[in-house]
Design a protein around this ligand. Structure first.
Ligand SMILES: Cc1cc2nc3c(=O)[nH]c(=O)nc-3n(C[C@H](O)[C@H](O)[C@H](O)COP(=O)(O)O)c2cc1C
Length: 210
């Protein structure tokens, strides 16, 4: 795996091929790479639910759209966020057409009394697996976007897919082959040198970002 894979793996939405099936073999290969991620005390808390049934996808996408709509109506986007939100809207409208929707869960529930340590341990033990999965997909010419909007309806989705109450959903990953397109690094506002302090915090506290 090269640096290029790391810098060009990004939120793929409009480039998802909605008409080409994704095989279970490809999904399992990539999930096998996901489960090589690190986790606190090597708990390996991941569970995955792959949804390919059209009716289940339709219902899952409906919950996603409602969650995404609520998220959109609660915020005023910055001008530099408009393009991302437009492609977010595209994904929301087409989610049920994406060949596979992978719901990623972590065994257990987030800490009831969150502390920095417990929260980091809970979520930090699952998101590296999500990222491994996204990198593995991209390496094979598939792609995804990390999404969380459906979590507004976590309970309803748990019921729909038979996910037990002791498991926590953390992401919904739409998976498809990628349509041909540019292979550019994801743009970022600041180079690392501007967000790095040496031997201590460097620079003023930025304004809170939405
Ligand atoms: C925790 C998290 C939650 C996200 N939730 C959503 C989501 O619900 N819907 C969506 O379209 N994108 C979602 N994204 C994708 C981000 O919008 C995307 O990663 C970001 O804009 C950078 O995109 P880029 O790598 O293509 O530049 C989420 C990303 C993260 C890390």
């Amino acid at each position: 795996m090269g640096v290029e894979l790391l810098t060009t793996t990004r939120a793929f939405r409009r480039r998802l091929d909605l008409h080409r099936e994704v095989s279970r073999a490809d999904l399992l290969d990539c999930l096998d790479i996901a489960v090589h991620a690190p986790s606190g005390t090597n708990r390996q808390p991941w569970r995955f639910v792959v949804v390919q049934d059209p009716e289940l996808k339709r219902q899952l996408a409906d919950y996603y759209r409602r969650g995404f709509g609520a998220y959109l109506s609660a915020r005023t986007p910055r001008p530099d966020q408009l393009a991302d939100l437009a492609s977010g809207r595209y994904l929301a409208e087409h989610l049920h057409e994406v060949p596979a929707l992978v719901v990623v869960c972590a065994l257990g529930r987030p800490p009831a009394e969150p502390s920095a340590l417990r929260s980091a341990s809970f979520y930090g033990s699952i998101y590296p697996a999500v990222w491994n999965f996204m990198l593995a997909l991209h390496e094979r010419g598939l792609g995804s976007t990390m999404t969380t909007a459906h979590l507004v309806y976590e309970r309803e989705v748990a019921e729909l897919l038979g996910i037990p109450g002791e498991a926590t959903q953390v992401a919904l990953l739409p998976v498809a082959h990628l349509l041909p397109g540019a292979h550019k690094p994801a743009p970022r506002r600041t180079p690392a040198a501007e967000v790095t302090g040496w031997d201590g915090w460097d620079g003023p506290m930025p304004k809170r970002q939405s």
